[in-house]
Design a protein around this ligand. Sequence first.
Ligand code: SF4
Length: 476
Amino acid sequence: MSATLFEKVWNAHAVRTLPNGQTQLYVGLHLVHEVTSPQAFDELRARGWRVRQPERTFATVDHIVPTRSQARPFPDPMAETMAEALERNVREHEIPLFDLSSGAQGIVHVIGPELGLTQPGMTIACGDSHTSTHGAFGALAFGIGTSQVRDVLASQTVAMSRLNVRRIGVNGRLAPGVFAKDVILTIIGMLGIQAGTGFAYEYAGDAIARMSMDERMTICNMSIEGGARMGYVNPDETTFAYLRGRRFAPAGDAFDRAVTWWRGMASDAGAGYDDRVDIDAATIAPTVTWGINPGQVVPITGTLPDPGAAGDERPGVEEALEFMGFRAGQRVAGTKIDVAFLGSCTNARLSDLREAAKIAAGKHVAPHVRALVVPGSQAVAAAAEREGLDVVFRDAGFEWRGAGCSMCLAMNTDRLEGREVCASSSNRNFKGRQGSPTGRTLLMSPAMVAAAAVAGEVVDVRTWLTSVPAAAGGGR
Ligand code: SF4
């Protein structure tokens, strides 16, 4: 019988149906970081329990690490305490830790794939909502809360309710200057931030099939912002080519056997879906958020909505316009920015830095803009440095930082000040998200962030692909 990848992977990992109707699901890979794990480990210790499968559990530090200097001890005593707690916990339970001295540290959702830990057909859990990123490989990957982190540590299983599956087909070709970030922002804007509740999103269509793994990760990463519990792309030759030779991927004959199994986990042609949506890729423009949730988006050529025409959305539109200091009908292009942040698990992989560097090369950040490039991992940083991207960014006036979550969440020293407006390649624009309660975030693609940094304002990167307008901000 035809089935979706969701059904196949779910069924392959279902241990039993629990009395409350939920499924006890085996977790193939548990990723751990410093923020959501200390309490879970404390609870294990209090009960005298051990980690059930330390060989399927991997840890890194990302949220709290400073990115300017990563020397220990960290200047922030709270950050140092959290790092020490993780180190103590992984030592006690013999869990591999990719720390700052490993050369493999980074944002948990960046290092899992690049180490080859993330593989098709897996169930993957982490105490972080953007675990959905790993779905790009054809895995069921989902964020869990601290009490579930404890459950997975203790039993390698988690209780979950089965989800519906919505197939989102992106068909046709993206125009130059339009990226995966624009696709997912458009999807969220179109369907809304609640539409995914109770769903897994399956991203399909020829535009998705042409995407690199980095691009697919950007798409799956923001499934959460669309309300879905997880998002995935069926594994294909692009997936297998990415994984071949990675440190934790199967090697030799085992890799070929794995490919056969991975291929078989993809959704069958005749599989049934609970809902289907199709989007014409050619209609997608560079897209920017203008408000205080990731569904408040506008194409770069567009204007901000009129609350009077927003129907049920009116209170939210009014609140967002007021918080952002914008007015209805205003064009999003031309919005002055103070900070440009190129980073996060959404868009801080090597291909993201390459696209941004193409825009920044030979130009200079506008004098009034503070611009940061924060690679998603030490491996991304090293690869970028081998290509000289760090030099391109530094010469253009960007700060080149160490790997970490940085200003995406500002649980470290990278943060907005006061009412600053930030052009950001991250995934959330909630009030206070980037460290200042009154700071304002505009989400966009890495190339758009680089263009905004140089222009000093939000611009249409498509007009920068061949030449830079002479009047553009600090461009030289
Ligand atoms: S980069 Fe941002 S969204 Fe991603 S794991 Fe870190 S804090 Fe969470």
